[in-house]
Design a protein around this ligand. Structure first.
Ligand SMILES: [Zn+2]
Length: 286
């Protein structure tokens, strides 16, 4: 069994990881803050690595920390990871795993059967109930995301009611118990936009630890173009051409999913290449 206190550590807390210049910071044994929790991540570059959740809730929040190190949210880091190629991919994977499992620990302090407190075991990949000896394992909730096109190969882009004003993306939703992934695609799209689909095809997937999902990406064609948004989850949805999207993004009228996300890959797969960057007009609200 690996001694978790002798491992190199990346720092994770509340959906954020410690970075400097967009790179994951690794702290050597003896240079780490007091830990509330250590989670074994495996062997990386020949060294045992853990995700460390600091005891001090303020650790890493100082923007003037030594060497510019501070905790940053995964959404903010995605584009930078993406731009760095395989090295960034490795940071992305480690950060996603660390955040996903730290989220799970934070949300499952007690046994779901008897209500007694549970304690981390097996390198942080199990929580054990001392009362009844039951082991509890990390959860991942599947969600579908679907790129829908019409007869003219225009793409459906939707705005969710709780998003910031100019943000648009594909329809998405959680898979319900007893449902296949394909059934979830048909149900979500019927519920949120009133559309009937055909030709549902799997595209790929991405872990999405907000708080504990894996996004499963599909594409599909709409048999109808009469959109009826539910008005609750989705407040607006429309089919847009490639020219429309390019113009709206350039003018800052539409903010799309960040680089490095599956939603962005699905967009660019349909678009046929990289989407244009917005004209500089101050910080974009995402
Ligand atoms: Zn129990």
């Amino acid at each position: 069994m690996v001694d978790l206190e002798a491992c190199h550590a990346i720092i994770v807390r509340d959906g954020s990881v410690m970075t400097a210049d967009g790179r994951l910071v690794e702290l050597a044994p003896g240079h780490q803050p007091a830990a509330m929790l250590r989670i074994y991540l495996g062997v990386d570059r020949g060294r045992d690595l853990v995700a460390l959740v600091p005891e001090d809730p303020a650790f890493g929040s100082d923007p003037d920390g030594i060497g510019g190190e501070r905790l940053r949210g995964l959404r903010d880091l995605l584009a930078g990871f993406w731009d760095r190629g395989p090295d960034g991919e490795r940071d992305h994977e480690l950060a996603t795993t660390a955040i996903a499992i730290a989220n799970w620990h934070a949300a499952h302090p007690r046994c779901s059967l008897c209500g007694e407190p549970t304690v981390p075991a097996m390198g942080g990949w199990v929580r054990r109930c001392d009362q009844d000896g039951r082991d509890h394992y990390p959860r991942t909730d599947p969600a579908i995301i679907v790129a829908i096109t019409d007869d003219e190969d225009r793409l459906l882009l939707a705005h969710a009611a709780h998003w910031s004003p100019r943000r648009f993306s594909h329809l998405a939703g959680y898979v319900e118990p007893g449902e296949t992934l394909e059934q979830a695609v048909h149900r979500e799209v019927a519920e949120e936009a009133g559309l009937t689909l055909t030709g549902v095809e799997y595209l790929g997937s991405q872990p999405w630890p907000f708080p504990a999902s894996v996004m499963v990406g599909f594409r599909a064609r709409a048999l109808t173009t009469e959109i009826a948004v539910d008005g609750v989850e989705i407040s607006e949805a429309r089919f847009v051409s490639r020219d429309d999207v390019a113009g709206l993004v350039r003018d800052g009228e539409m903010v799309l999913a960040p680089k490095g996300s599956i939603a962005r890959r699905m967009l660019e797969d349909w678009f046929g290449g990289e989407l244009p960057e917005p004209h500089a007009r101050g910080p974009v609200d995402v």
